[in-house]
Design a binder for this molecule. Structure first.
Ligand SMILES: Nc1ncnc2c1ncn2[C@@H]1O[C@H](COP(=O)(O)OP(=O)(O)OP(=O)(O)O)[C@@H](O)[C@H]1O
Ligand SMILES: [Mg+2]
Length: 418
């Protein structure tokens, strides 16, 4: 087993979840987060640990097999996880996020106890930066939500460690890393994702969100972005990172009101403006990721010329126009889709990005439309292509701005700003 992106830590600054209520932070790249005043997670703010969310949900008989009444997780000691990662050795690092560092580790397939390096099953171990306890609430939320949710398009949380100041989470290992790595990092080992794979990933991630939204206790994910979509060895998409997830509105309310947290470029406008979080706020985030997949461009990139920093603001007016298709579609997938399919994908993106939440489609509808697009006839010359692209990519720029750092043209794409 191996992870072609996993051998070294992520070097690029990139958008990370943060408190969006302080405008001055918007232009500051990096990974800092603000967890003060509860970090927006009312369901897990108890210092008693894991009980509040569990109590809130277990009242309800809605759990129907896919949402467990209590987190079903293995508890690890710090020493267990130190052994599983060779003392958190740097060559075991898979990536670095706002929460801390993610290491690969090895556990026994049956007992899930640490095993000799290279034997048993590979796992991903996320270690909270121990200097602060700021991520505690996100850690709790992850345990309480993800520890109970079970769906093929959600990453499986296997266990956790909470020892003194050490907080760690153990996940199933996702062999192909994050969608963000595939879309925006230039690495000789990573081929550009083909149109077919982009659709497969979009459908998987949409199914994951649809499951959250349609469970009896609606769950709003709140941090939908390319770095939180992980891919297994067959490019099945699974949503990770439930640190900001919230229970949906109850008692006939249309939204919950909460502190504004999330990631610039992805968060829905009504949520950023008012703190009103709707189930459909997730649909907006999905639309942003869909636009990133169609264009190969980051949601936010302050190195693009002014007027183009925010991908949605820049390209939304072009999406309904068939004749503009070629100008914004990722050049690396040219020839792999029919213009009818691309236009439908653009129109779906546009609907997800509607300013008013109620005008956006449900995630169930999004899944249906994406499946119809995936079933559409391909252009003849692309029929025999492999699932990966793109031997035909000539590196030339599509008409809208492609900076020298655009992934079509050059190596690593860094810092989208936040
Ligand atoms: N289960 C996993 N399997 C394989 N790699 C993983 C797994 N979880 C995380 N990673 C790798 O570690 C990186 C960091 O993940 P992490 O979730 O900590 O941060 P992020 O999603 O990039 O940013 P943010 O902190 O804003 O969520 C990911 O981009 C991915 O490459
Ligand atoms: Mg993440």
């Amino acid at each position: 087993m191996g992870n072609c992106f996993g051998s070294e830590p992520a070097a690029d600054p990139k958008p990370s979840s943060t408190n969006l209520s302080t405008p001055t932070k918007q232009s500051t790249p990096g990974t800092s987060r603000d967890y003060s005043s509860g970090g927006g997670l009312s369901a897990t703010s108890s210092s008693a640990g894991l009980s509040r969310f569990s109590a809130a949900l277990s009242d309800d008989a809605c759990l129907a097999g896919e949402i467990l009444p209590i987190p079903n997780l293995k508890t690890y000691s710090f020493a267990d996880l130190r052994n599983a990662t060779r003392n958190f050795k740097s060559d075991m690092v898979l990536g670095v996020g706002g929460f801390g560092t993610v290491y690969k580790g090895w556990v026994d397939e049956k007992t899930l106890m640490p095993s000799k390096i290279g034997t048993g099953m590979m796992v991903a171990i996320k270690k909270l930066n121990p200097e602060s306890m700021q991520g505690f609430e996100e850690w709790q939320s992850e345990v309480n939500f993800l520890g109970r949710l079970c769906h093929p398009n959600l990453v499986k949380l296997l266990g956790y460690c909470w020892e003194d100041k050490e907080l760690l989470l153990v996940y199933e290992f996702m062999q192909k890393g994050s969608l963000e790595n595939h879309l925006f990092r230039r690495n000789a080992a990573i081929e550009p994702l083909s149109w077919d794979l982009r659709l497969k990933i979009a459908i998987g991630a949409a199914r994951g969100l649809a499951f959250l939204h349609t469970s009896d206790k609606q769950v709003i994910y709140r941090d939908f972005k390319a770095s939180n979509i992980l891919l297994d060895g067959s490019y099945n998409a699974k949503i990770s990172d439930f640190g900001l997830a919230k229970l949906g509105p109850s008692g006939g309310d249309s939204h919950v009101t909460t502190r504004v947290m999330g990631t610039y470029g992805y968060a829905a406008p009504e949520y950023v403006a008012t703190g009103h979080l709707y189930v459909k706020s997730d649909v907006y985030g999905f639309g942003v990721v869909l636009l990133e997949m169609l264009t190969g461009l980051r949601a936010l990139d302050t190195r693009r010329p002014s007027g183009q920093h925010n991908l949605v603001d820049w390209l939304k007016p072009l999406l309904p126009q068939r004749r503009k298709l070629k100008s914004y579609m990722d050049a690396r997938i040219e020839g792999q889709y029919s213009s009818k399919a691309a236009l439908q994908a653009s129109q779906l993106t546009l609907r997800c990005l509607e300013g008013e939440p109620r005008k956006r489609p449900s995630m169930k509808e999004v899944v249906d439309v994406l499946e119809q697009i995936a079933a559409m006839e391909k252009p003849r010359e692309s029929k025999n292509r492999s699932t990966h692209s793109s031997s035909q990519h000539n590196g030339q720029s599509p008409r809208p701005y492609r900076s020298p750092r655009h992934p079509s043209n050059q190596g690593t794409l860094t810092g989208a700003g936040r």
